[in-house]
Design a protein around this ligand. Structure first.
Ligand code: AMP
Ligand code: MG
Length: 428
């Protein structure tokens, strides 16, 4: 793994006191390497896990040419006989799972069900609603323009051919993927081991639920938002509670986290003005840098790698403000943890819609305002801000379903202007 210093020295215009969001993410991506452990799991258990190696299809899918409709299979040579209606003798039935053993000759057809193997001598299926049944079911008649050669036939290997890669390493397995693996007859897959993520809150003003709230104190909410978001990323959680701002307690917490987890997430204590020991201990234990990111909310952030007794872990020191924690988690930690777990995840899509709220914004930082995306009167999607946007107002996150992303160089926008939004993506 490259050191933070060597990665940072390759960045031109590096300014840790006004670091653009994209540059911070580029540095994080260069420093983080995937964990190596791999395990083999039954496919049901592998839901939401990261595929460690490509899955190669052991069979053709479908395995045979088969019918896409209920109807009558016949040879398309019958279609080349001019404008007269076509009459074919029905010589048997092909069921899904029970093929027709014979061969259709010119002038003959086989009644066929969806999914049944195409009988020998047949390459086309006329759907049953286009035929007139005659002679008590022994004859079918239809117009020659009701179907074209090859219609309603699914070809062997049309979805996947044997030996082709069905799913790529790095994919986070979805319900659709489980179905696809089952359709290939694949019972088990190799996945990366789950990440272990330790997290704790710092700040002597914090109280845990159940404790009395003394004057000037607040309940620790960050451990709960972090718990929720980490759960959704399907990692193993190590919740270390609130750590007092004393050097021994702080060092013991970081060391224990380091020895038991792949990544550590803390909140609070990384602002410039903070008198806390948090930053000192982070610095003492490793290769850590303190950034002021050019963004709002969420300016201060510590990032690096710390080690203790031969174990090391990635460190994300998030700001203390509850909204800032969620925003920095979403825009930095999510991607870093995906990388660490070996997942190959497409960048979050941004869509452009009208804002019904005017938004004041200064160029020189990226803003992530909380928005509600919903259809407007004309049925097109539009976004409005959730009232109070202060970085301590957790309700703005709870009510929102998206971020309104105002890029670094952008200024204020008026009501009716187009803005970019990023959906919460099931994480928040
Ligand atoms: P800090 O970054 O430590 O200066 O904290 C900034 C603000 O966030 C302060 O108002 C803290 O009280 C608040 N805060 C810090 N940690 C938490 C937490 N775990 N839960 C709720 N609020 C917090
Ligand atoms: Mg603090």
């Amino acid at each position: 793994m490259p050191s933070l210093q060597s990665v940072i020295s390759c960045q031109s215009d590096y300014d840790p006191t006004a670091l653009p969001v994209d540059q911070a993410n580029a540095i994080i991506a260069d420093v983080v390497d995937p964990v190596r452990g791999i395990e083999q799991l039954a496919i049901r258990t592998a839901l939401d896990r990261v595929l460690a190696v490509d899955v190669i299809s052991p069979i053709d899918v479908p395995a045979h040419d088969n019918s896409a409709m209920d109807g009558y299979a016949f040879s398309s040579l019958a279609l080349a006989q001019g404008d007269a209606s076509i009459a074919l003798e029905v010589i048997g039935t092909a069921y899904a799972g029970n093929a027709f053993a014979g061969e259709a000759q010119p002038g003959q057809a086989v009644r066929i069900m969806t999914g049944a193997i195409m009988p020998a001598g047949c390459d086309t299926v006329i759907p049953q609603e286009f035929v007139e049944i005659q002679a008590g079911g022994n004859l079918v008649r239809f117009a020659p323009d009701a179907v074209r050669a090859g219609d309603n036939r699914r070809l062997r290997g049309e979805d996947l051919t044997r030996g082709q890669s069905a799913l790529r390493a790095g994919r986070i397995l979805t319900p659709a993927d489980l179905g696809m693996l089952a359709s290939l007859g694949v019972a088990e897959v190799k996945v990366r081991r789950r990440l272990r993520v330790a997290f704790f809150s710092t700040g002597d003003e914090l109280r845990s639920i159940g404790e009395p709230l003394d004057p000037g104190c607040v309940y620790d909410s960050n451990r709960y938002t972090l718990h929720g978001m980490l759960r959704r990323l399907n990692v193993e959680l190590i919740d270390m509670g609130v750590v007092r701002d004393e050097p021994e307690a702080m060092e013991a917490a970081f060391r224990s986290a380091c020895e038991n987890a792949d990544a550590i997430i803390t909140s609070g204590g990384v602002s410039v003005g903070d008198a806390d020991y948090t930053k000192q201990i982070m610095e003492k234990l490793g290769d850590v840098t303190f950034w002021k990111i050019a963004m709002r909310p969420g300016r201060p952030m510590a990032f690096g790698r710390i080690s203790s007794n031969g174990h090391d872990a990635m460190l994300f020191g998030l700001p203390g403000n509850p909204v800032a924690v969620m925003v920095t988690f979403y825009h930095f930690v999510r991607g870093a943890l995906h990388r660490l777990m070996g997942a190959n995840v497409a960048p979050l899509p941004r869509i452009r819609v009208r804002t019904t709220t005017p938004i004041r914004k200064k160029p020189g930082r990226t803003e992530f305002q909380r928005g509600i995306l919903a259809p407007g009167a004309d049925g097109n999607l539009e976004v409005r801000l959730t009232g109070q946007q202060g970085s301590g107002v957790l309700r703005s996150m709870s009510e929102a379903n998206c971020f309104v992303v105002l890029d670094h160089d952008q200024g204020s926008v008026a009501a009716g202007d187009t803005v970019q939004v990023m959906l919460f993506d099931g994480l928040v």
